[in-house]
Design a protein around this ligand. Structure first.
Ligand code: ZN
Length: 351
């Protein structure tokens, strides 16, 4: 078996009772787990997935804490615990995915089904979509300081309603290819929920709250309120690939090309005003950042500038989001995104 398939509520209680979160992972012995929890109604089902990325612990901790209370939900639930191997090798929660694995959030609905992980994803999808699905949430963590927010992959009223039921902040962001949420889109509204940074105990509590609100939702009704703070992605800000950088206050030009101001991620979903220092480069060097808009146009010169002393500054007011504080994530994805409030969203500015 590529994954545990636990269909019996008692087996779920046996798995979680009297075990720490880490002991539950040990009991899963390197394999993902698909669990089915009975509801008072026969259907439709809802789905909660956690830890598709092995280094993102908050969803797992929130889910296990919630299960230890032996809940009896109204709707039956599919629960999926993703990359257990990556979460248990080389220490706890050390890897997003292992060197011999694919990203577990990029294997859903992909062809050819040529790897164990893709087969696992295909079999799980087949099981959970065999009966009507009403809604799904996929719980993640960020690598920078962000408020709790829901990623809304499609601007549909029922998806906004689902996001609004679990979070005050929504981010409209086209679905990434071969994510679980994309694979579920034909079946039900599906969102990713980002519960702050991994490894912070309070963020496990945040995830538990999300799960409780998701389960308590009576229906997914398109007339339910959207998140009061609704944003959409405008730009992606990358560090040029040839530029050596770190998150440090001072630039040592013998060691680094770009010193990025530490702690800028505190401004995620807040505001960076025009003229705010982002970092330092050697005077006379070119801008170390590249900015691309959603259509792929280069907007670097519009958003950033360099002062004579080498300070890199913002040249217009901007709302950053998903800004990371890690080197790895900056290289793997980007330094941050620039978002803007959805014009029709109403409500008061977040910042
Ligand atoms: Zn993730």
């Amino acid at each position: 078996m590529l994954f545990h398939h636990i269909e019996d509520d008692d087996a779920i209680w046996d798995l979680v009772a009297g075990r720490s979160d880490e002991e539950v992972l040990t009991a899963l012995d390197g394999k993902p787990a698909l669990m089915h929890l009975e509801g008072d109604l026969p259907g439709p089902h809802r789905m909660i997935s956690v830890m598709l990325h092995g280094n993102e612990d908050s969803g797992l901790r929130g889910l296990l804490a919630w299960l230890r209370d032996k809940p009896r939900p109204t709707h039956p639930l599919w629960l999926f615990i993703g990359n257990v191997r990556a979460a248990t090798e080389d220490g706890w929660f050390a890897h997003r995915y292992l060197p011999d694995q694919e990203d577990f959030n990029r294997v859903w609905g992909i062809h050819p089904v040529s790897t164990r992980m893709r087969r696992c994803a295909a079999e799980v999808l087949e099981i959970v979509t065999a009966h009507p699905l009403e809604a799904a949430i996929d719980v993640h963590n960020n690598t920078g300081d962000n408020p709790l927010y829901a990623i809304v992959p499609r601007p549909l009223e029922e998806t906004y309603a689902l996001a609004g039921a679990v979070s005050d902040v929504g981010l409209l962001w086209g679905t990434q290819e071969f994510t679980l949420m994309q694979a579920l889109e034909p079946y039900c509204p599906a969102i990713a929920v980002e519960c702050g940074m991994a490894g912070v105990p309070e963020h496990g509590d945040l995830a538990k709250g999300v799960i409780e609100r998701f389960v308590a939702m009576r229906h997914v009704d398109p007339t339910m309120p959207r998140p009061p703070h609704l944003f959409e992605v405008r730009y992606r800000v990358e560090v040029r690939p040839e530029v050596a950088f770190d998150f440090v206050d001072d630039l040592d030009p013998d060691e680094l090309d770009f010193a990025i101001v530490p702690g800028l991620d505190r401004n995620n979903f807040g505001m960076l005003l025009a003229g705010v220092p982002i970092g330092k480069i050697l005077p006379g060097s070119d801008l170390p950042l590249v900015v691309t808009d959603v259509d792929g146009n280069d907007e670097t010169e519009r958003l950033f500038d360099v002062r004579a002393d080498g300070t890199v500054v913002t040249s217009e007011d901007m709302v950053p989001a998903m800004m990371t504080r890690t080197h790895l994530q900056t290289r793997r994805d980007c330094l941050f995104y620039v978002v803007r409030r959805r014009p029709e969203a109403g409500g008061k500015p977040w910042a």
